[in-house]
Design a protein around this ligand. Sequence first.
Ligand code: UD1
Length: 417
Amino acid sequence: MSKLIIDGGRKMEGEIDVQGSKNAVLPILAAAILSDGKNIIYNCPRLRDVEMTIEVLKNLGCRVKWEDNCLEVDSSDISVYTIPDELMRQMRSSIIFLGAIISKFGKAEVSMPGGCEIGNRPIDLHLKALRQLGVEITESHGFIYCKADKTEPANIHLDFPSVGATENTMLAACMIEGITIIENAAREPEIVDLQNFLNRMGAKIRGAGSDTISIEGVHKLYGVEYTIIPDRIVAATYLACAAASDGTVILKNTDSTHMGAMINTLKDMGCRLYTEKTKVILQPAKILKSVDTIKTMPYPGFPTDIQSPFMALATQCRGTSVFVENIFENRFQHIEELVRMGADIKTDGRVAVVIGKSKLTGAKVMAKELRGGAALVVAALAAEGTTEIENVKYIDRGYQSIEKTLASCGIDIKRKE
Ligand code: UD1
């Protein structure tokens, strides 16, 4: 099993080309099955989650080829409308294929995704929306069976602006004749990216980025070339790394317009940030200050995905910071590892209180999920001595070669297999 070994105390200094967005590429790869031909997707991050999605595509009958960070997906011979249990279990977000498979075949069979490291993660909103589109759904023996013989457009109001349910509904509705409306849709930039990709293929979707999306069904979609947006969570993680190490970083190929809540929080902590559309520069704070309360919210609020890396940074801020996790119930698992390193953090349910500044010391710690693992990297940069982070497989789900990126900015970090 791989581990990361980090010697703390070095300032991060350098430039980083931000990778393509994981959460944008996964639904776009699912959408790629809707065309009859080839899609060429640029700026694809090389990640474990993308490799697992490619396994799903191959299982459906697609031919998939990498060339550097460009992925070619040929769905001309696709013939399978099921996703087996072992693939669903490896990656819960494979549920995003459900809407696409229904659009393509008029039927689908996928195994029920279980919970995951960060919580229960039900899919009731996905299924409710699909049923409103006329999809007949039976759940039995751990499988979901869908039949879409009599689909029709619908006005769908999501009870919560779920990212996955919004994407699944867009994928299921884009080829249903008539106009489907999604109200209380998720507004994340990754939803806009999915709309842009589908529209390039020939779909007629408007409104992504707002809370109302309108989808006019079309008969056919075509293979296209497309470039994935930069990963805003990875970008903000590297900003947190720079801030925690008292260093300076220049992020290139990023999109600062997607990072408002995160950039504002770093400014509140005292970091100096300079932004252009595709570039962000962070210079260190004279003194890092605590922030009042950070509440995770759907976009454009503060993202749940960056809560743990910013909590690691908050251990280095002078004063008390409060974090409220509103999206996932089990997203505080990094805290006991941070406490091992010397952090002073108390929790009560979904609230964590961080008292800083703590002197962190290197320790053996364990990543228990993707972003919590990234939080341990942030803490290790600020810590005195050597930190060993086990279970790097979680970090590899979302960060492309994190050790190479940080080493190129002067951090003493190695991977040991
Ligand atoms: C996506 C992101 C994930 C991010 C999350 C919230 C991908 C691959 N993953 O996950 O990184 O942390 O958005 O920004 O894009 N819920 C229900 N019923 C449902 C669906 C969701 O109750 O049918 C609840 C979830 O349990 C959670 C909340 O809604 O509490 C948000 O989930 P959702 O927005 O759907 O997240 P994902 O799409 O799973």
